[in-house]
Design a protein around this ligand. Structure first.
Ligand SMILES: *[C@@H]1O[C@H](CO)[C@@H](O)[C@H](O)[C@H]1NC(C)=O
Ligand SMILES: *[C@@H]1O[C@H](CO)[C@@H](O)[C@H](O)[C@H]1NC(C)=O
Ligand SMILES: *[C@@H]1O[C@H](CO)[C@@H](O)[C@H](O)[C@H]1NC(C)=O
Ligand SMILES: *[C@@H]1O[C@H](CO)[C@@H](O)[C@H](O)[C@H]1NC(C)=O
Ligand SMILES: *[C@@H]1O[C@H](CO)[C@@H](O)[C@H](O)[C@H]1NC(C)=O
Length: 478
């Protein structure tokens, strides 16, 4: 026992005293947490009505990242996290992969856990995939994860684990049929704790936790809803309960990592995948719009970094970060480098010591599918949206009261130019008053558009029918 304690102490000191860039044998463990549909106004550090004590503490002890951008919906953001490429360079820019679509991130893209395995990491994933499952080669354990416990599609019932007409719950490749009636967040967390307890301390650990919370359906055990007894609207009360359930789950995971002696050498990256979903009572006030839109409410995500290796902590960082950057950032933290040509840039110095971001521009999305033809970019302080910005529009408060839209006459198919430094809530469209800046931004967008890869968006495939696969959504039909 004493020997173990001494080893732990030595390990901690070695990790703590190493300077970045200096030789150290203790690669950090990496805990990459992705919340689903968590809104800007749905975390305690942005809104004191939301009870997230665990996440608040981690965010405040670490670095709050308040200019950390994500894509407008799940599949594109997860593409960015796992590949380091903008979804419009992959073909996953149009909405999400539906269970019945023969669609996936193409096999020639190397996923983050594959790269980390090459650096000696054990790689585990618990939660939601949503990057394709019609063929085994697209599923987590074929794309670099040593183990996978979770579901392949975008959402499901938290108790039956059914989406549409099929069960979607797997332990590695095996369908799990024994969890009907159990709230997913509980047994997913138990699995994470189990992984942590069994993990050999001499191997660096990469743990990818894409939570089910707080995606709809709105379901949560009553004790979490009871935290918000004063919230009148039932849907909002449930949504907030789901946020607090996730908070407790993160607390259990951090506790397990502390007990296992892994915590002091763990770098935590926490991010949402997109803004809160207004239709499911998520909230992004004071930002405009929400999930499924290119407005800031859909794309400026909640995020923070935490870890003893961070050199500057306890502040809010406003450097420009995009979802594609986590791939090279995590690789850099692991002592590796990403392949040349990816869209992401390493933000390790930004999160470690607050250095200026190497990024000055990014693509919110480019999509040519006629029903939602759109393009949006950020260059410096300016943002251009052309085409379909997405709905709902407006500045929606948690009680659903909408501030009167400043430019409610704008069509769904329009041209918007904003200076986000002066106007982070997108109240003042400058498209008419700054024609030269508009032309410059349009030229830039046209340049980006040249490298657009057509969206992978096939019609429903009847071969996907779970009835032909023992009742579960299963790989093997594409
Ligand atoms: C993957 O293949 C597609 C189609 O050939 C190509 O456009 C793309 O650049 C490739 N991407 C990578 C990362 O190899
Ligand atoms: C967290 O751990 C406690 C104590 O084991 C347990 O009662 C609770 O259900 C766990 N919560 C979650 C969300 O897993
Ligand atoms: C807000 O409106 C949506 C429908 O757009 C509804 O689902 C939700 O429950 C409402 N939330 C509140 C807090 O009234
Ligand atoms: C260990 O070295 C790597 C580079 O090889 C560095 O990225 C990492 O931050 C260092 N870890 C600690 C805890 O200093
Ligand atoms: C959007 O407007 C442009 C012209 O302003 C038009 O050419 C295009 O067809 C419109 N697209 C949609 C989806 O309505």
């Amino acid at each position: 026992m004493l020997r173990v304690v001494l080893l732990l102490l030595t390990g901690t000191l070695a990790a703590g005293s190493a300077q970045p860039g200096s030789k150290n044998t203790t690669k950090p463990n990496i805990l990459f947490i992705v919340a689903d549909d968590l809104g800007w106004n749905d975390v305690g550090w942005h809104n004191p009505d939301v009870k997230t004590p665990v996440l608040d503490q981690l965010a405040q002890e670490g670095v709050i990242l308040d200019q950390s951008y994500v894509n407008y919906v799940c599949t594109p953001s997860r593409t960015a996290f796992m590949t380091g490429y903008f979804p419009y360079h992959v073909g996953t820019q149009h909405l999400v992969i539906f269970p019945w679509q023969a669609s996936a991130v193409p096999s020639n893209f190397t996923f983050l856990p594959e790269k980390l395995k090459g650096l000696g990491y054990a790689t585990h994933m618990v939660g939601k995939w949503h990057l394709g499952m019609c063929n085994w080669k697209y599923t987590p354990t074929y794309r670099g994860f040593d183990s996978f416990y979770g579901y392949y599609n975008g959402a499901e019932d938290y108790y039956t684990h059914v989406v549409a007409t099929g069960l979607d719950l797997r332990d590695d490749k095996e369908v799990v049929k024994t969890k009907n009636g159990q709230y997913g967040t509980y047994f997913f967390t138990d699995r994470v704790v189990d992984i942590v307890e069994k993990h050999p301390a001499d191997t660096p650990l990469f743990l990818y936790l894409p939570f089910q919370n707080v995606h709809q359906p709105l379901q949560v055990p009553k004790r979490f809803e009871d935290i918000y007894a004063t919230v009148q609207n039932e849907n909002r009360r449930t949504l907030l309960g789901m946020v607090s359930a996730m908070d407790e789950a993160v607390g259990n995971v951090t506790m397990a990592m502390k007990n296992a002696g892994l915590w002091d050498n763990t770098l935590v990256i926490f991010t949402t995948d997109n803004g809160g979903w207004i239709a499911a009572s998520g909230n992004n006030f004071p930002l405009r719009g929400g999930k499924t839109t290119l407005w800031e409410g859909g794309t400026r995500g909640v995020a923070f970094a935490h870890g003893k290796m961070l050199q500057k902590t306890g502040y809010t960082n406003n450097e420009m970060i995009h979802a594609v950057d986590w791939f090279p950032t995590i690789l850099a933290a692991a002592g590796g480098t990403a392949d040349a040509g990816i869209d992401g840039v390493s933000q390790l110095d930004t999160i470690m010591s607050g250095k200026p971001s190497p990024r000055t521009e990014f693509v919110y999305n480019i999509d040519d599918v006629s029903t939602s033809k759109q393009g949006a970019i950020r260059v410096g302080d300016y943002k251009l949206i052309e085409g379909f910005a997405g709905t709902p529009d407006g500045w929606i408060r948690p009680d659903n009261l909408t501030d009167s839209p400043a430019d409610s006459e704008d069509p769904a198919n329009g041209t918007w130019l904003f200076n986000l430094k002066d106007d982070p809530t997108e109240h003042h469209n400058l498209a008419d008053t700054m024609p030269d800046k508009l032309k410059e931004m349009q030229a830039k967008l046209a340049e980006y558009r040249k490298s657009l890869v057509p969206a992978i968006n096939p019609p429903p495939d009847p071969k996907s029918n779970p009835q032909d696969w023992g009742g579960a959504w299963s790989p093997g039909w594409c």
